[in-house]
Design a protein around this ligand. Sequence first.
Ligand code: PEP
Ligand code: MN
Length: 267
Amino acid sequence: KIASREFSVGNTAIRLGDPADTVIGGRDVVVMAGPCSVEGREMMFDTARAVQQAGARLLRGGAFKPRSSPYAFQGMGEDGLKILADVRAETGMPIVTEVMDPRQVELVASYADVMQIGARNMQNFPLLSEVGKVQRPVLLKRGLSGTITELLMAAEYVLAQGNGDVMLCERGIRTYETATRNTMDVAAIPVLKRETHLPVIVDPSHAGGRAHLVTPLALAAVAAGADGLIVEVHPDPKCAKSDGEQSLEFSAFTQLMQQVQAVARAI
Ligand code: PEP
Ligand code: MN
């Protein structure tokens, strides 16, 4: 298997940015942050500046949103991608954004620096093969009830098409517990680091589902060996069009970054 440690001894390091000075899977814990959804130009510029100031290297924001209800906000689509590209031009931050449909891979790849495959699409094999055919890094999220082996096999679909830049993302799995949105599988981090040379990213926002849980989960992830984090941040979480309950305000994100850096230095 291409993802396995037997296939490659060294860790896969993914370089991003222009100049390409952001390295995922290297020495530093890399943080991606931004709103769940791109909601408009001003909120994206404000969020990008705030999270960059706090130390985030990549900007996240969904333009195509996989909502549980077809009546909920579905994202801004290509207009959202254009906003992301404009923010990158201004701030230099690489962009991570979701692609949901094999027919939109080319479009999303033309704007994004990292193509996110959402949890609900972890086993959308045609989509995985399609992102495998373009030379853009992929952030592959673990399915809601995906095993670690299934996550690795999903990555294999991308790798087998020739795209070697895959990051794996633990974002919590569905369990019987309801106090949290999902259950963050901390053990998945050292298991994956042992099994694969691919970078491991953790999403404490979708794992916990509540803002007060995000920092403790982020710290646990870094202590357990995560290569990076993806965190939802919004200028006004109460008014967010999606995932407001789990989104951090700018000040809370700044504090998270200080604590993350302290844990990263300590391990
Ligand atoms: C997201 O990142 O906003 C998202 C929808 O995540 P997931 O696919 O992990 O639910
Ligand atoms: Mn979200």
